[in-house]
Design a protein. Structure first.
Length: 503
């Protein structure tokens, strides 16, 4: 323990060098705006800014990129809350309650909840990282494709709780999302599938952001125009010191969800290839299940913002653990960070903690520093973010539309995706009119490819036998929990019917 404390103190001596502190602040600010821009996100931000890091030593370079990653995870909540457009898959769950809060004039509460929950999630995950890196790396190594599929099933099981008691509509939404996630080339045979009307643009599949931005961005504009009947009143959100202090106080009711989301996000984050999206979704589902007032979720519940935000920030730190200890990236962003480490001549793996102590502990200490600066920068910019909501809708709507088009075009730079996004916007508007939940469809298209890949790998290993998902201890335990969660609404309904039946 004393040795670890000494190593961490040495790490802080590296992280608090003027150059490294400057890189942390710059990385956090850049990350915040990269995360807030739909279509960019941490993956593109880190990839674009990677060449800049060759101007500084490897430790400073890694600190800078990790700070961008951290800032981007914070920033993802901004566009979700202010504009209703998730900038990345990790911020989708934040949109469910963040946007309704903003429309009720409580954007400052949502932004404070997101910032504080992100800070708590980041801090808990860095403490876990510092104290339990080797044993947690062993846990991550125990996860093969059957365990990954079981985890995806657990994530899908939480979808059922996202839309109240209307299970058929939820399942319909999930199946539509899964069907869309299968568009493109088969992952095993390479054969084209679901290439509608032989349009070449479908060969690269349907990008998650195209669906999410279409449904939430374009669909939101159409819905607002219809419901306002020409007299659009944008929420006149205000912010001052008293309101900010009150927002901090309100968070005490969500402490349980924040802490649970932090642990859940971290443990999902350390699993190779899982990433922060399943973690944030599960945290939202668990927060709703635990709530005394679950029907308020989706209508502006502060815990619905705090839980996924704590989870996705914890997962961003968790995903660095398999990268450093095993050389296995835990997310797309850490895959780019891993590439950077190899370029700088640093070999990830167990020996990194022995041979490159200054680098490893300097990076860990910088995460503490980045977390503090990200919170300060985020809270300081809240008045600027609130100002966006005060714009007349005649100015705001075209700005949102342009951001949607840029966000839809940026990932693949294909006009096909822009037209597809506009189509999904109309579909999202119609789904909302018919009272279908949109969240399960969006999240199914994110998790669908991960679930399919792990399922098919598992079945190849087991020569086609699905028993592999139940005979392995970890996978079997997770699958049982997932099945119980899926059956829970049915059991509740049977219980209510039995209670209400005459004696």
């Amino acid at each position: 323990m004393m040795e670890m404390a000494q190593l961490l103190a040495d790490g802080f001596a590296v992280a608090l060098q003027p150059l490294n502190v400057g890189l942390v602040v710059l990385g956090v600010v850049l990350g915040l705006f990269i995360g807030a821009m739909p279509g960019l996100g941490s993956v593109n931000g880190v990839a674009i800014l990677l060449p800049m890091t060759f101007l500084v030593p490897p430790t400073g370079a890694m600190i800078f990129l990790a700070a961008i990653y951290y800032g981007a995870m914070y920033g993802g909540a901004i566009s979700s809350i202010m504009l209703g457009i998730p900038g990345a898959s990790t911020a989708v769950a934040t949109t469910f309650d963040g946007r309704p809060l903003a429309m009720q004039g409580k954007a400052d509460q949502a932004l404070v909840a997101a910032a504080v929950a992100s800070f708590v999630g980041g801090t808990i995950s860095v403490v876990l990282f510092t104290g339990f890196a080797p044993p947690l790396a062993a846990v991550a190594l125990a996860f093969g494709s059957p365990e990954e599929f079981a985890l995806m099933m657990l994530a899908f099981a939480t979808f059922v709780g996202l839309s109240g008691d209307d299970i058929p509509k939820t399942l319909f939404s999930i199946f539509i999302g899964l069907a869309l996630s299968a568009v493109g080339l088969d992952i095993v045979s390479g054969e084209p599938r679901l290439i509608f009307f032989d349009i070449p643009g479908f060969f690269h599949g349907i990008n998650f952001l195209v669906l999410a931005i279409g449904i939430y961005g374009i669909g939101e504009i159409l819905w607002t125009l219809e419901t306002s009947k020409g007299d659009v009143q944008i929420s006149q959100a205000t912010v001052n010191v008293q309101r900010l202090i009150a927002s901090f106080r309100k968070l005490k009711d969500s402490i349980k969800e924040i802490v649970l989301g932090s642990f859940l996000g971290y443990f999902v984050g350390i699993l190779p290839a899982a990433g922060a999206t399943p973690g944030s979704l599960m945290a939202y589902g668990v927060a709703k299940t635990m709530s005394k007032n679950p029907e308020s979720f989706g209508k502006g519940n502060l815990s619905g913002v705090a839980a996924p935000e704590s989870a996705n920030n914890a997962a961003s730190t968790g995903s660095m653990l398999p990268m450093l200890t095993l050389g296995i990236p835990g997310s797309p962003t850490t895959a780019i960070l891993l590439g950077g480490m190899v370029i700088w001549g640093l070999e990830p793996g167990p020996m990194l903690f022995v041979e490159q102590k200054e680098f490893v502990w300097g990076l860990i200490a910088s995460l503490y520093v980045a977390n503090v600066f990200a919170l300060l920068v985020n809270v300081a910019f809240i008045p600027a973010f609130i100002w966006v909501l005060r714009m007349p809708f005649a100015i705001l709507a075209p700005m949102i539309f342009i951001l949607c088009v840029v966000g839809g075009y940026a990932p693949t730079q294909d006009m096909h995706d822009v037209w597809l996004m506009l189509l999904f916007g109309v579909v999202g508007y119609l789904l909302r009119k018919l009272d279908y939940p949109m969240a399960p469809a969006v999240l199914a298209i994110v998790l669908g490819p991960l679930a399919e890949a792990s399922m098919r790998q598992s079945l190849l290993i087991a020569h086609g036998s699905p028993a592999i998902f139940f005979t392995r201890p970890i996978a079997g335990s997770i699958m049982v929990v997932a099945i119980i969660l899926l059956l829970l609404p049915l059991l509740k309904r049977v219980h209510r019917a039995w209670k209400g039946a005459p004696a």
